[in-house]
Design a binder for this molecule. Structure first.
Ligand SMILES: Nc1ncnc2c1ncn2[C@@H]1O[C@H](COP(=O)(O)OP(=O)(O)OP(=O)(O)O)[C@@H](O)[C@H]1O
Length: 288
């Protein structure tokens, strides 16, 4: 049994909750340079020469306040869904928890090493899937031996070889779904203290999604905490027991999955499209 699993078991017996991520009054602000109007045009260049100071002001820095005063505590063994409409700050918050973005105000504490698994996580396109499994495994903190031991498991889980020997081809020959599956499989091969998943499940086909969901449930048992950003309410329902709803950077709701999703679905105008019942066809009057 791993140390994490042991601690989780002790906590279950004693009924004690162990915090893994503490987000306290966090604001995140992006600064975008060169947002002055017409910077590229000839008139703008002439204007700059004539009225230098004003033009520089116009080309100033614009701030995007992506996350506003967000606070929550996540505990070991929890799987937390992050939902919200486009641009509501989910990915930004995830990146900040992973330690990849600085916060403007507030603090983020994490117990253990957070790992961000994004659809865009970098693997090398010119290298074969096989080489990427090795490099990716090392980058995730596995030893050479561990990567060797788990290599076949990773490849089988990804299903990359289901349609032929693709694992020995460069990754640039993979479809975007295949590449995303390989990324997820590499990251999921390791137990994580805090695993942050950004939309990874949305990319695979249904059978891969099912495998990933089962793996997330397993990771929860062995590891600390799993965060999942997704626009699929179904994935959130199947994997998470708690949901944070962000809207315009603010934490609008934090609670049990069903409660928060119900409120969110009312806000967005209904459940997932895939689940929505088709409208009954208008009856055409039959002429005699
Ligand atoms: N690199 C960046 N520079 C400037 N602004 C950014 C940057 N990345 C995101 N933003 C802005 O921050 C806000 C939150 O974006 P974020 O990507 O976190 O939202 P999201 O909830 O993950 O959206 P989606 O569901 O569309 O993926 C948006 O207004 C977006 O325009």
């Amino acid at each position: 049994m791993t140390e994490n699993a042991e601690i989780t078991e002790i906590a279950e017996i004693t009924g004690e909750k162990i915090p893994t991520v503490v987000v306290d009054g966090v604001d995140i602000v992006y600064r975008v340079n060169g947002t002055g109007a017409g910077r590229g045009s000839a008139t703008a260049a002439l204007n700059r020469m004539l009225r230098r100071k004003k033009a520089e002001q116009a080309a100033g820095v614009r701030k995007v306040h992506a996350v506003r005063n967000v606070s929550f505590v996540a505990y070991r063994g929890e799987a937390i869904g992050l939902i919200g409409t486009n641009g509501s700050g989910k990915s930004t918050l995830l990146k900040a928890v992973a330690g990849l973005l600085p916060v403007e105000n507030g603090r983020i504490h994490t117990d253990g090493q957070p790992s961000l698994l994004g659809v865009n996580a970098a693997l090398m396109n010119d290298l074969t899937g096989e080489r990427n499994v090795h490099l990716g495994g090392l980058a995730m903190g596995m030893s050479r031996e561990q990567v060797k031991e788990r290599y076949q498991e990773i490849v089988d889980f990804s299903g990359i070889n289901e349609k032929g020997d693709f694992i020995t081809l460069p990754m640039r020959t993979y479809s975007s779904g295949m590449a995303a599956r390989l990324r997820f499989s590499i990251a999921a091969a390791k137990d994580h203290d805090v695993l942050l998943i950004d939309e990874a499940l949305a990319t695979g086909d249904r059978s891969f999604q099912k495998r990933s969901e089962a793996r997330i449930r397993e990771l929860r048992k062995h590891a600390g905490t799993v965060f999942l950003v997704s626009h699929s309410n179904k994935s959130i329902r199947d994997t998470c027991d708690r949901v944070l709803w962000l809207e315009r950077g603010e934490l609008r709701m934090d609670g049990p999955t069903e409660e928060v999703l119900e409120a969110y679905e009312a806000f967005t105008g209904g459940p997932d499209k895939a689940k929505a019942k088709p409208k009954p066809k208008p009856k055409v009057p039959v002429s005699p």
